[in-house]
Write a protein that binds this ligand. Structure first.
Ligand code: ADP
Ligand code: MG
Length: 501
């Protein structure tokens, strides 16, 4: 084989290569372990610009660490992707994957073949999924839903903030049909608990001067068109003029063209939202006709309006159809904390809404908004089934796994490590807590997990987690571990020789 490689390319094989390959992923997992759970420690991170951030959120930490080696990168990418998509469970996923790898590495060291371990892991995983569904329960009350939201929210919030954010998340998840239709507006003012949800959408953009500030049942046209003939582009234009009079004529002609364009647009709508700039002259023309014009709406705003109001984004006005034009019950120009917004109420798409997130500082506000998005995502995707949290589900499944082979037992130990980590982070006699939990589970009380600093019944403590999310986390951890275990060699290219400068 080595003869096939180019000169200077080296190859490391089998066990020793695997171990050195896995080290990076295991290190990431061990590093992040202490942040797991409500009692997780914080990490002080320095961003690329040297700015310090204190965080115990897995997704935030992973975003700021530079991976050391390819397996670390693969694990970080997989966890980050999961966090962005699902909104919660990033740390658990990282820890569980790391544990599966560490357990496998021990077995390989004792002589087991990776393929055999992978087979056992797959079998154990299937059984784990079955047991997980068995202990899952249907969400019946609003309180249960609320507790699901609370366990996804960051441990940084006070009980009052937690309660209000959880309520908000439940309200949004019940109203919204698609997370893309939820508009999050962040206002750095007031308390987190004064955040609220309102129907319809808010866009941060102003209307033209002198235009109406409210309107009932407007027709709304969303456009992406240049309206800048205000300025004669001397260099860009093809026409060349030789006298001021000619220039004036040219300007007049341009104005006429613009007035015609405004006329065409205005015939179809009462409110015009443009992606691009609307200069003074066309704005005045809209005002003259009693219309409202909004310029430079940002891209995501345009997308949102067109979706929520059922409007098309037009660039030509030759043949505007009725179905291209959006509509809503009412338009208002509003001010929130000295920022100007356009508010569209009574929108045809009932699944749309706006969440106004408030917070006293930029950091708290960002944290509140991020946590809220995560909680809404979890709730919207929850199939209304839950398992108990605090590591109780992991303990229950680990205990019930048959564990016929070494590999299957190793899978169970990896799961239980999540519970142990939560106990360790609770900071008070981790072995004692874990022993107590296992004793309860053996007696059939599968709701026992790690409470604030002791083994507690998670039903009593109201700590629940989405069953669907747990399935996704365990599956993704198994898949990532399997992929990394399949690697049996590292081929390094000869470093490029530096040329003399
Ligand atoms: P992740 O990034 O995986 O979401 P977290 O730091 O949010 O990591 O911790 C999640 C773990 O914390 C879950 O096992 C969950 O059951 C547990 N947990 C959350 N809230 C509580 C609570 N109030 N009491 C006990 N455990 C909790
Ligand atoms: Mg979480």
């Amino acid at each position: 084989m080595s003869e096939l490689l180019k000169v200077g390319v080296s190859e490391e094989k089998s066990d020793e290569a695997r171990t050195s390959f896995l080290v990076g992923a295991v290190a990431v997992s061990n590093m992040i372990k202490s942040t797991l759970g409500p009692r997780g420690m914080l990490k002080l991170l320095y961003t690329e610009t040297g700015e310090p951030i204190l965080s115990n959120d897995g997704a935030t930490i992973l975003k700021h660490i530079a991976p050391n080696g390819p397996s670390a990168k693969i694990l970080i990418d997989s966890a980050k992707e999961h966090g962005e998509k699902e909104g919660d469970g990033t740390t658990t996923l990282t820890v569980l994957t790391g544990e599966l790898l560490q357990e496998a590495d021990r077995l390989i060291f004792k002589g087991a073949h990776p393929s055999k371990i992978i087979r056992s892991y797959r079998k154990a995983h299937e059984e784990a999924m079955r047991i997980l569904r068995e202990i899952g329960e249907k969400c019946r009350t609003e309180e249960e839903k609320l507790s699901l939201a609370k366990s996804t929210l960051s441990s940084k919030f006070s009980p009052v903030e937690l309660e209000s954010l959880a309520k908000l998340a439940v309200a949004v998840s019940e109203k919204a049909t698609d997370i893309e239709m939820v508009n999050f507006v962040k206002i750095a003012e007031g308390e987190v608990s004064s955040s609220y949800v309102e129907e319809g959408i808010l866009l941060e953009c102003d209307i033209g001067p002198g235009q109406k500030t409210e309107m009932d049942s407007p027709r709304v046209l969303v456009v992406n068109t240049a309206m800048d003939t205000d300025k004669v582009k001397i260099f860009g234009a093809k026409a060349s003029v030789t006298s001021p009079k000619e220039l004036e004529e040219l300007e007049n002609a341009e104005r006429k063209k613009m007035a015609k364009k405004v006329e065409e647009i205005a015939a179809h709508a009462d409110i015009i939202i443009n992606r691009q700039i609307i200069y003074d002259y066309p704005t005045q023309e809209f005002t003259k006709r009693g219309k409202i014009s909004i310029e430079r709406a940002d891209f995501s705003g345009i997308e949102m309006v067109s979706k929520v109001l059922n409007a098309k984004v037009l660039s030509t006005f030759d043949n505007v159809q009725k179905e291209d034009v959006g509509e809503c019950g009412r338009f208002e120009r509003v001010k929130i904390s000295n920022r100007v917004f356009s508010r569209f109420l009574g929108v045809p798409n009932k699944g749309a809404c706006t969440v106004v997130v408030k917070g006293p500082s930029k950091e708290i506000l960002e944290e509140a908004a991020r946590s809220l998005v995560g909680a809404v995502k979890v709730l919207m995707n929850t199939s209304e089934e839950y398992v108990y949290g605090g590591g109780s589900a992991e303990a229950a499944v680990a205990l019930r796994l048959k564990g016929e082979t070494e590999g299957e037992r190793a899978y169970g130990r990896a799961l239980l490590e999540v519970t142990r980590t939560l106990a360790e982070n609770a900071g008070h006699s981790p072995d004692g807590i874990l022993d107590e939990i296992m004793r309860r589970h053996r007696e059939g009380q599968h709701t026992y997990g790690v409470g604030i600093d002791e083994a507690s019944c998670m039903r009593e403590k109201n700590v629940r987690e989405s069953l669907r999310l747990k399935e996704i986390i365990w599956t993704k951890a198994s898949e990532t571990a399997e992929m990394l275990l399949r690697c049996d060699g590292i081929i390094r290219h000869k470093p490029r020789e530096r040329l003399r400068e």
